[in-house]
Structure formats: structure tokens, C-alpha cells
Design a protein around this ligand. Structure first.
Ligand code: FE
Ligand code: ZN
Ligand code: FE
Ligand code: FE
Length: 157
């Protein structure tokens, strides 16, 4: 990695790996979560995540590159931590801890997409910039939804 363009491509591959890993991890989180509202929020974001993979395919295509991933240690760690909660937490602690774990993932994604879309912009990849911004907005909305769920009802239980 020597240039901004290299860093951009590497980080795009990193988030591509992460989104694919999340499509496999979220069904387990969905199964573990309790209550209609939280389950629905997770199910919705799973569908969004599958679409994000498709949007990333378009980003690669707009750059004339084949979609590919490189292992993201950060998402592997966050998923591992979440799996620990699924195994160990019970009662009311389970839902609050699962929301916290999901929000850690959303914050990671927000950081990545914020960086990527700005790099796309300075590199002159305007289509990639717009596509990455659309995913960033979804991640921010998913995070806000989880905050609202936690603050308005689940924390109080
Ligand atoms: Fe995502
Ligand atoms: Zn990553
Ligand atoms: Fe990474
Ligand atoms: Fe997300």
C-alpha cells in the first residue's frame, strides 16, 4: 500500500469482507434476540446488509475492479464478542448487551464508510462516492434505530 488509491481499494475490500461476514452473523443475532421490536430491527438490517453487498459490487464495478474481500480483523473480533454474549448472557441482560454489540458494529461501519466516501471523492470516483454515501446513511439510521429502541423501551425493562 503506497498511495491513497491503494488505501481506498484495500479498505473497500475490508468492508466488503465485513458486510459478507455480517450477512452470516446477523441471523444468529436475530435468533438470540427477544421481543418483536428488536427482532424486526435486526431482520430489517439483515436485508439492508444483503443489499449493501450488492451496492459494494456496484462500487467495485464503477472502478473497473472485480469485487473481492480481505480479512477484516475488526469485524471478526466484533462478531466473536457478539457470539460470546449470545452464549453467556441471559434474562434482560441479553437484549441490552445484544443492542450494545450491534451498535459497536454500526459504529465501525460508520467509521469505514465515512472514510471511504471521502477518499472516493478526492480520488474523483463520484459514482463510488454517492453509492458509499447511501450505505453510510443506512448505517447511521440503523444505529439511531437501535439507540431509540434501547432508550425508549429495552433499557427500562
Ligand atoms: Fe453494513
Ligand atoms: Zn473492517
Ligand atoms: Fe479491518
Ligand atoms: Fe450495519
Amino acid at each position: 500500500m503506497k498511495t491513497l488509491s491503494d488505501a481506498f481499494e484495500h479498505t473497500l475490500q475490508d468492508i466488503y469482507y465485513a458486510e459478507n461476514a455480517l450477512t452470516k452473523a446477523l441471523p444468529k443475532v436475530h435468533k438470540a434476540a427477544n421481543g418483536k421490536e428488536l427482532k424486526a430491527a435486526i431482520a430489517d438490517h439483515l436485508e439492508e446488509t444483503k443489499n449493501q453487498v450488492k451496492t459494494l459490487d456496484k462500487v467495485f464495478k464503477s472502478l473497473g475492479k472485480k469485487p473481492s474481500g480481505v480479512k477484516c480483523d475488526a469485524i471478526e473480533g466484533l462478531i466473536k464478542e457478539t457470539e460470546g454474549i449470545i452464549e453467556e448472557a441471559s434474562g434482560v441482560a441479553k437484549n441490552v448487551a445484544l443492542i450494545a454489540a450491534c451498535q459497536a458494529v454500526e459504529h465501525y461501519e460508520i467509521a469505514r464508510y465515512g472514510t471511504l466516501r471521502e477518499w472516493a471523492k478526492v480520488l474523483g470516483h463520484s459514482e463510488a462516492h454517492d453509492l458509499l454515501t447511501s450505505i453510510l446513511d443506512q448505517e447511521k439510521a440503523a444505529n439511531s434505530k437501535l439507540t431509540n429502541l434501547a432508550v425508549s423501551s429495552i433499557n427500562k425493562k
